[in-house]
Every structure is written in structure tokens, then in C-alpha cells.
Write a protein that binds this ligand. Structure first.
Ligand SMILES: CC(C)(COP(=O)(O)OP(=O)(O)OC[C@H]1O[C@@H](n2cnc3c(N)ncnc32)[C@H](O)[C@@H]1OP(=O)(O)O)[C@@H](O)C(=O)NCCC(=O)NCCS
Length: 218
């Protein structure tokens, strides 16, 4: 499913069971002092995925630290994003020469509660969701929209350094193509390197939905 989320210049690595025991880079260990066991486990898995992905791009043994806003500090020349949830961890990286940014998100499959859907969508978005055919694999458009917004945010924030509420951007799905468009609707929100919208793709498997956003450099 993760292969479908990005254009070919993006490399995606999903964690497997063996990666859970991989040690952190010594410089990453210093970031874990106050982490509870569950948080430490997801952090380690994310770093194991990142190590593999970065080695494939020519950056072996890179210590992936987060900045004060929790944004990963990738090697210069690389853009990337990571996600972890129950049973799923993945990293997406790509060359800065071709991409301004990427965002990835995964969620355990479930039906989003109506109360939450209302909190994260506009009236127009809910009308759009209601007009769509049933979501693929009996998944939930509301959950896919939630994930799409998280992916958009992870791509947007490192460029604009501005927090976005869930109603600051809107999502439109193109169901037949497995894609979506995300666009800023908060007029006071700064653009991300001149862009106010981005395209994304979604994927679904038995247990998870996942989304990816890539902002081409062009
Ligand atoms: C930041 C946020 C998107 C992270 O999601 P999450 O539910 O914690 O879980 P995920 O596992 O999918 O992602 C976590 C990873 O995202 C990355 N991340 C965290 N904050 C980030 C940010 N501001 N920008 C980019 N990446 C970020 C980190 O790599 C983090 O993992 P790590 O701490 O182990 O390195 C989410 O917590 C959040 O703050 N959401 C509110 C803002 C939002 O999504 N608005 C929608 C606007 S349309």
C-alpha cells in the first residue's frame, strides 16, 4: 500500500518486526531521556526506518534529531516525513532538488466519530464526502480525510512554520484516481514556499489507511 502513496522519486520504508530491536544512533539516544516505553518503541522504529531510507539515498549512519517543534532535521538535500501508529510505522524521503516537502500519515482502520468529523471539516467538505461513492475496501472517507490533513500538515509545517487547525485546509478526493487535493483556506496562513495547495494519494490495507503528500519543486 505504501508504494502507491508517492511519486517515484520518493523512497518509502515501512517497518518490519526485526527493526524493533535495532539500536538508536548514539546522538538519538540523548533525545529519549524522558520517553515512556510506548513512545520510546515508536521513536526507535521510526529511526530504524529513517536509517534504512537515508542509507539508500547515500546518507549511512545519519542521526535523525527533531527540532524544538518536533520536526525531523533531515540531511541538507533531503526532505522527509515519518509516521507511527499501532502496527504501522513508515518513513518517506526524497531529494530536495525535486521536492519542496513530503508528508506521510497512517491510521488504524476505524470509523471516525461524527463528533470528530464535525470538528475537523467544513460544511462544504462534509457535503463533498457525502457525494462520494463508498470508500474503497469499506474504509471510511472521514478517516481518510483526517489522515490527508495530517499528511498535508507534516509537509506544510516545515516550510511555513505555522500551526494549522483542521479547518485551515480543505481536502477534495478524486476517488477513481486514489488521489486528493489539499488546499489552504485560512487566508491568514502563509504559503509553503509559495504554494497554497498540494496533491496527495491514499492507500488502504486490511488494518490501516495511509496518505502521502508530495510538493514538487518545479
Ligand atoms: C504533528 C502531528 C501531525 C503528528 O502526528 P501524530 O499523531 O503524533 O503521529 P505520527 O506518528 O503520524 O507523526 C509523528 C511524527 O511526525 C513528525 N512531526 C511532528 N511534528 C511535526 C511537524 N510540526 N511538522 C512535520 N513533522 C512533524 C515527527 O517526526 C513525529 O515523529 P517523532 O517525534 O517520532 O520523530 C499531530 O500530532 C498534530 O499536531 N496535529 C495537529 C495539526 C494538524 O494536523 N492540523 C491539520 C491541518 S490541515
Amino acid at each position: 500500500m505504501i508504494e502507491e502513496l508517492f511519486p517515484p522519486e520518493v523512497r518509502v520504508v515501512r517497518a518490519d518486526a526485526e527493526m524493533a530491536s535495532e539500536p538508536l544512533h548514539p546522538q538519538e539516544v540523548s533525545d529519549t531521556a524522558r520517553m515512556a516505553p510506548k513512545r520510546l518503541a515508536e521513536f526507535r522504529l521510526g529511526r530504524a526506518c529513517a536509517r534504512r531510507a537515508l542509507a539508500a539515498l547515500g546518507y549511512p549512519d545519519f542521526a535523525l534529531r527533531n527540532d524544538e517543534a518536533r520536526v525531523p532535521i533531515w540531511p541538507s538535500g533531503v526532505v522527509g516525513s515519518l509516521t507511527h501508529c499501532e502496527g504501522f510505522c513508515a518513513v518517506a524521503v526524497g531529494p530536495h532538488s525535486q521536492l519542496l516537502g513530503v508528508g506521510i500519515d497512517a491510521e488504524p482502520r476505524r470509523r471516525l466519530k461524527t463528533r470528530i468529523l464535525h470538528r475537523i471539516t467544513s460544511d462544504a467538505e462534509r457535503q463533498h464526502l457525502a457525494s462520494l461513492p463508498p470508500a474503497p475496501g469499506e474504509s471510511d472517507w472521514g478517516l481518510l480525510l483526517f489522515s490527508a490533513k495530517e499528511s498535508f500538515y507534516k509537509c506544510y509545517f516545515p516550510l511555513a512554520r505555522r500551526f494549522l487547525g483542521f479547518r485551515d485546509a480543505e481536502i477534495e478526493f478524486l476517488p477513481e484516481e486514489g488521489r486528493f487535493h489539499a488546499r489552504l483556506v485560512a487566508h491568514d496562513a502563509p504559503s509553503a514556499a509559495g504554494r497554497r495547495s498540494a496533491s496527495g494519494r491514499f492507500g488502504i490495507d486490511a488494518n490501516h489507511v495511509a496518505t502521502g503528500v508530495a510538493l514538487p519543486a518545479r
